[in-house]
Design a protein. Structure first.
Length: 116
């Protein structure tokens, strides 16, 4: 499945359309776990998630990201995120973080080619 653009609302929520909820196997009320790797947020079902520290999915399909998590990732209200289903679960990333990783990789490649 390709990446989808979603927007963070003023309450730190991202609306997941029914097709994305189904593809990711995330259900309202399900305990969710979160992991951050290289600026990407991985959300997946969990039996051990701690309330208040993990995202929640309400019955309307809104994924709420806790304030501390949003701040640590530099996400402000209105931020555009790229979402990709990674069943079970999904990945969210800010486009700017992806561009920075691409720039860094390109510079490393150019440096290696100049030295080699």
């Amino acid at each position: 499945m390709r990446a989808n653009r979603v927007r963070l609302d003023t309450r730190g929520r991202v609306l997941l359309p029914p097709a994305l909820r189904e593809a990711s196997a995330l259900q309202p009320g399900m305990k969710l776990d979160v992991a951050v790797e290289e600026g990407e947020l991985h959300v997946s079902p969990s039996e051990t998630a701690i309330r208040g520290r993990a995202p929640t999915l309400d019955r309307k399909g809104r994924l709420t990201l806790p304030g501390g998590l949003r701040r640590s990732l530099g996400l402000a209200p209105g931020a555009t995120l790229l979402l990709r289903v990674d069943a079970p679960g999904l990945r969210l990333v800010a486009p700017g973080r992806l561009f920075q990783r691409i720039r860094t990789a390109r510079l490393a490649l150019e440096e290696a080619l100049q030295q080699g």
